[in-house]
Each structure stands twice: as C-alpha cells, then as structure tokens.
Design a protein around this ligand. Sequence first.
Ligand SMILES: Cc1cc2nc3c(=O)[nH]c(=O)nc-3n(C[C@H](O)[C@H](O)[C@H](O)COP(=O)(O)OP(=O)(O)OC[C@H]3O[C@@H](n4cnc5c(N)ncnc54)[C@H](O)[C@@H]3O)c2cc1C
Length: 398
Amino acid sequence: MAERTQVGIVGAGPAGLLLSHLLARAGIDSIVIEDRSRDYVENRIRAGVLEQGAADMLDEAGLGARMHAEGQFHDGIEIRFQRRGHRIDFPSLTGGKRITVYGQQEVVKDIIAARFAVGGTIHFEVSDVAVRDFDGDKPRIVFRKDGQPSEIECDFIAGCDGFHGICRLSFPDGVLTAFDRDYPFAWLGILSESPQASHELIYTHTDDGFALLSTRSPTLQRYYLQVAPDEDIGEWPDDRIWAQLQARTALADGSFRIPEGPILQKGITPMRSFVVEPMQHGRLFLAGDCAHIVPPTGAKGMNLAVADIRNLTAALVAFYRSGDQRLLDGYSARCLRRVWKAQRFSWWMTTMLHLNPADSPFDKHRQTAELDYVTGSEAAMTALAENYVGLPFNEPEL
Ligand SMILES: Cc1cc2nc3c(=O)[nH]c(=O)nc-3n(C[C@H](O)[C@H](O)[C@H](O)COP(=O)(O)OP(=O)(O)OC[C@H]3O[C@@H](n4cnc5c(N)ncnc54)[C@H](O)[C@@H]3O)c2cc1C
C-alpha cells in the first residue's frame, strides 16, 4: 500500500492527533499511524490536568463540548505539610485562570471521533515503523499494516511517538544532545472507584514521603504515593496502599479521611526529566514526549505536547499558505524556551514535595522552609500559580 499526504504523523497520542485535527481545520492533509489499537489508546490512563491555555486551545479547535460537560474546573490546589493544608487560589493570583481536570484518554477519544467525523485517516495497529529520507524534500514513513509492507510519502514527518518511539532515535548520529535527570523515587499510582476526597488536588509532604490526591471524575479517583524507584508492585496490596494514603494525607486535627473504594488499576511510574535538542532535523519534527518528558508533579506532560503542536501547526500553516519557512526553521528554538521553563517548574515541584533519602538534616530544614515560604508569601504563591495554570504560549517571532 502506498499513500501520499502533506504531513505524515507517527503516533496517535495527544500530540499526533491534535496536530492532525488542527492541520485539517487549516486545509492541510495528514495521515496518522499508530502501533497500538484504537481501543488501547482510548483507554490508556495517564495525565488529567489541562492548563488554561491548553483547554482554551481545545475549545477553539471545536473539541471542547464533552470537556465542558464532563470535565471539572479547579480554581486551586492544596499543599499540605506538617499535617496542615494551605490552599493556592489560582484565579486571584493569575488574573482569572484555572485548570481543567479531564482525562488524557478522553481528549484522545474526542480527537479521534473528530478526525473520523470528517473522513480523517488514522491507521491503527501498524508495525515495523521507520522514517526515511527526511534530509531531502520527499520524506517517507514505511511500516506494515495487516502484515503488508506500506508506505506514506509526504512533505513533512511529525514524530509524535512518545518517549519510547522511533522518530527521535532516527536522527543521524551527532545531531541530538540529550539532557536528563533521574530522581531517587517513583510514583505508585492507583485508579479507584470511590467518591472524591476533595474537590481540588491535594499535594502532601510527610516524613513517610509524598502523596497526591487527584481525580478523574466524581466517582473515579487517581491517587499517587512516592515509592522507591525499584519498588515491587507485588509488595503493595490494596490495604497497604490505603493505609499509606490515609497516613500521608491526615490532618493534625484528624478531620480528613479519604473515602476508600475498589482499586481498578495500579502501577509504578518512574520519575525522569529529559529533553533533546534540537527538536527537528531536515523535514522531521519532534513534538511531545518523544522530545521531552517531565516528572508528573507539575502536571505538564500533556500540556507541553499541546504547546509544541500549537507551534508546529502555525509553522506548517505558514509554509503551506505562503511558502514561508522561517517558522519551521525556528520551531525547535521556540518550543524549547517554554519546554525548559516547564522542566524547571516540574523539577522544582518535585524536589520541594518529595522526601529525598539522600537529604541531609540541613536539606530537610531548607525544604520545610521552602514549603512554608511558598504557602505564606503571595509572591511565591503567584509564581507557583502562574506556572501551574500554564505560562503564555510563545508567540512566533517573525
Ligand atoms: C505511564 C505514564 C503515566 C503518566 N501520568 C501522567 C500524569 O499523571 N500526569 C501528567 O501530567 N502526565 C502524565 N504522563 C505524561 C503524559 O501522559 C504525556 O506527556 C503525554 O501522553 C504526551 O503525549 P504525546 O502525544 O507526546 O505522547 P504519547 O501519549 O506517549 O503518544 C505517543 C503515541 O505514539 C505511539 N507510538 C509509539 N511508538 C510508535 C511507533 N513506532 N509507531 C507508531 N506509533 C508509535 C504510542 O502508542 C502512543 O499512542 C504520563 C506518562 C506515562 C508514560
């Protein structure tokens, strides 16, 4: 099978799907290929927090109907330490901005439905994917579909295939520089069928480690516990998970208790910061997790993917409308400015809130002082809030 399109997109996660949708609205043709099934990508539970700008973008792209009906709009978060809660109010600190809690898998479902509604092409369950000839002006994506060799010839390739994808690895030797940081802890995450413990997210720091109470809907909760990076999930029966969640979120006056329920899913996610530079080579452009990942503490992963796609769409639209290549040439530099700010914020939230086994008594006092400062100073709360609701998208500089 041989096909021709303007933009060939590898990966049907939030980045690849959103790019395909936005390009179609601008009259630009694309084909998405994905190695998993539609059912798998539509039910993969991952991120769930949308920055104000990302939610606005979904709205402007005609993707907001279900998000408004089923998503939750949060005006703040709570930071809990020394068994006391401190609320950070986003609208009053950021000129009215807030966050939207709407599962990544729901965003994915909405975009897939929108693409198919207008005859868009997404090939699921492909295998043996490779990107070729992106040094020249006729790049190709080769793969197998139903066991048959297949090929897409295109003008540009968008590598949206996540951290474990093949696009980043296809760059010629010596082009990419990788920057990364591993953390001495991981997150044990659960999905629980239970009522909400709190309307807003609660981040806690305790002597037993960090916990996060997040939510996906009024009846489906996403909770996390800091664990060791080599933790064995088999050592965490449900009772132990609930006991640790209750212990790490308890308030001094005993007034807080998480309503428990059946645990539907549990898994351990390592924490890592990673960036490659540049995010482009020839006619291959990387977006989202395949170019950078963040520890999830700052809720930035999916939002960064959306921001990259905003830049890449603007650059491709400029190219197809007028032949102007300047935005394409500057794509990587424009994305990376904002990516590094999100990296800084995610690293800062992570180190401020987790218990680092290597910390000295000095570090522990410094960390408590930081939590005290961040929850007590309006300037510090503003800095947290403006990053959490999302820094402005970089405007393309012409
Ligand atoms: C386990 C996990 C849990 C997470 N939890 C959170 C969280 O709680 N909060 C948060 O903010 N962020 C979280 N994230 C981060 C967030 O989900 C990502 O930042 C987001 O998915 C990025 O979107 P993306 O489209 O760039 O990549 P992805 O969503 O990874 O999409 C890439 C797509 O490419 C496909 N693919 C891969 N290789 C190939 C190939 N060779 N050919 C074709 N297709 C391919 C994949 O199947 C996938 O569908 C989590 C990430 C992971 C991995």
